[in-house]
Structure formats: C-alpha cells, structure tokens
Design a binder for this molecule. Sequence first.
Ligand code: SAH
Length: 478
Amino acid sequence: MVKKNDILDLVITGFGNEGEGIGHADGYTLFVAGAVPGDEIKARVLKANKNFGFAKIEEFVKVSPDRRKPICPYFSKCGGCSLLHVDYEAEKKYKKEKVFDCVTRIGKIAPETFEMKPVIGLDECEGRPKHYRNKAQFPVRMADAANPYAIKAGFFAPRSHRIVEINECAIEAPVTSFLLDALKKFCYEYKVKAYDEETGRGIVRHLMTRTGAESGEVGVCLIINAKNLPHADEFVKAMQDGIEAFNKADVEGFSAFKNELKLASVCVNINMKQTNVIMGNKLVKLYGNDYITDKIGNVSFHISPMSFFQVNPIQTVKLYEKALSYAHLTGNEVVWDLYCGIGTISLFLAKKAREVYGVEIIPEAIENARENAKLNGITNAVFKVGAAEGVAEKLPKPDVIVVDPPRKGCDEKLIKTILKHAPERLVYVSCDPGTLARDLRLLCDVDNGGCYKVLEVQPVDQFAGSAHVESVVRLQKR
Ligand code: SAH
C-alpha cells in the first residue's frame, strides 16, 4: 500500500493531461508535477488515493535528456504554461501520442485504419516557441491591503485563484506587459480599485488584450464590476501611453508581432456578477472601434472582444489550410461550418464552395462574421446565431460538414443530425482530444448508428508550452 510521505523510485514514462509527469510503482500510478518523461527520480508521495496518487520530485537519480531550462522565470508558479521545461521536439512527440491515445483508446478507432500525422509545430521559434499568443487575459487584484489602489495582475497559480504577478510573459505578445504597466499606473493615479472576489467589491476584474499579428492593431478590453469606468478618458490615454512606450522600446527577440503597433479599440465589458465567468454580456466602446481588424492569409476579419479568435496567428493559417484541404471542395458544395465564431473557416470555405452556412452561439461573433463576409466581398456565406445542435437541423442538406466546437465537444443531438444527413465528407477541428475521441466514437461506431471512418488525424500545435493540443480530423462516410 502506497502511503503519504513514502519515498518511491520512479521512472517517468509519460505526461498527464496538465503536463505533469506520470510514473508507475508496482502498477500504482503517480502524477508528479514538473517531472519529464525520461527522468528517474526519488518521489515523495503527497496524496495517495486507491489506484493513483500525487507525488513531488524529492531527488533526481537521472535527468531526462528532454529536460530544458524553462524560458520563463514564473514557470511552475504560474498556472499558464506547463511544458516550458521540455524540449520542443519532445513536446510535439508527446502531443501526438496524446491525440493518438485518445483516438484509439476512447474513440475505439483501430490504429491500423487511419493515418496519424506528426504534429505541425511552430518553426519560427529559435528552439522554443515564444511570444506567439495574440490574446491575453489577466485577472487583476489588490496588491497590498495597506495601499488599496496598488493593483497586481498576472495569472492564477495552478488550481487556485491566487494571482502570480507577471511582469513579462514568455508566450504573449510583448506589448501586453506595457499595457499591464499602464493599467497599474492608471489605477494608482486615479484611485480605481481592483475587484475583490470575496466581497464582490472593487471595479477592475480583468484586462483583456488582443493584438493583430498582420495588422498591428491592438484592442484592449477592461472587464469591470461597475456600470461605468471612472476616468474612462484617462484610461484610454493610459493605454495609448502603453502602446507608445512599447513602440519606443523596440523589443528584441522572436515574436509573431510587429514592432510598431497602433491602438484600434478600447472597450469596457460589464460583469457585475460574483462568478468565475470572465466576461459579462454588455460591451461599451470607449475609443476607436468595438473590434480590431486582422488578416489570416488574404482574408480580413473584424474581431470583437466578445468573439473567439484563434490565439496563435502563425499556426492558424496551417490549421485552416488543413481543414480546407480535408473538406476537398470543388465549387459545387453546400457546406456547414458549425461553431463558426467570426466566420474564419467559413470564409476560407466559401471561396471554394457553392454556399456556406455558419452557425455560432455568440451574437457579437455572428455580427463580426456578417461584416467579415462583406469586408471580403463574399456573398455565398450565410450566418445564423444559435446553438449548433438547434440550428443545424433547419439548414439545407449539406455536402460537407465542418465542426469546430469548444472543449466540451459536440452536443449529442448535433451528432445525430450529422449522422442523419451523413454527407460524404466531415471535418472535425478540435481543441480537446478527449471530447474529440468521444465524438469520433459516436460518429464511427457502426454498431451504434455511426457511419463514418477516420482517414487522417493531424495535430497542429496552437498552444506551444502548454499541454493543450489542437487537431483536425478527416472523416469519410463508409
Ligand atoms: N471556428 C471558429 C471558432 C471555434 S471556437 C474559429 O476557428 O475561429 C468554438 C466556437 O463555438 C466559439 O466561437 C463559441 O462561442 C462557439 N460555441 C460554443 N457553444 C456553441 C454551440 N452550442 N453552438 C454554436 N456555437 C457554439
């Protein structure tokens, strides 16, 4: 029986869902934060459940050849990234294994029946991808009870709501640290208090920023617990100062973003509920537009702070090209793009199809999608607001379906609608291999009404440094 405080010899053989190392001691599974496959360690048991437990590294016996010095000083304290201590080639290999394992074990897809592609990674990265994320979302809290207008911002520590203050993030667009600085100065100078989760008091909850990699446009959205932001004009000025300071600083090193940026949008989002949900429903524009504009390939997009947009601009092009090639369009097809966001995939598809129907639940995103069709002169894309599982059954019969659901995957009702129409080609874009695999099983298990087969699975690394992995799957009707 493994007990708390036991010291065990452990060889780390794999990664868990959160990027923690996994090892086995006589068939008993231990999850070890910060351990890397190939590490041989003495592990101290922190918590022992019946079949598995958690341990920490007490001592290294042998260090894995895949272990690297993390590129970020906050690594392991901050809950943002979990794989910055691993060689990038090893990270990609692990992500491929994770997707393969889900598809075959949970999805019950026979390994010999489909092609499992290696992960498409970031090349422009000097060994370890840096500064690729276009969107940052920092929780803001009071820094010091003695000084109520001093704020801190950063990321939550793993599995907690304690903020680890971040001055510079290794994966975000470099401008974000300048905007954080400017926010700190603004709150201090104009006596605007940070939100307090416990009392529900205070104003500033989150700072959200989005940077267009192609356009250089920056959008800032301050999420507040108030009907109005006091000193709104001064806040806009503070954000302008932040951008100016960044432009002057001429930040060095690899980044997916330009060195000359411009402030295109400042909004506040009002969230007066005592909840963990970041955004409220109401958006108020303070400066510029209530969106930023950016480009993917040669298609332009308006992006509201309320809308989803892929976070990794370098990889997004590769992801969409893959989805487009799997859809294999000839120009005659009716295509459904379900969970379409601001119409990104829809508009790529529309250029090669007869008609595209995009469905999305967030009204602001559909507003963006319609503007985006106009912006690009695309007239054969129709966008509908609503839940995919409700709207899809009312759409004209499709020749190809593309789905790109959030982490929870597709609703079972939608899977039934897909199986009812059963078009020849189905493309599944997923940010969660677990729910992807669950849905693949429903789509492919012939004994339970499934009628598809998986032809190819292509992971694309949208989230370098974290344990998350995106995949595109090509399915064909049997
Ligand atoms: N394809 C888009 C968006 C993918 S993210 C892109 O690549 O940019 C998933 C999207 O699904 C989000 O925009 C989210 O708002 C939306 N969504 C979540 N639940 C939904 C549902 N039940 N029906 C339709 N859309 C939903």
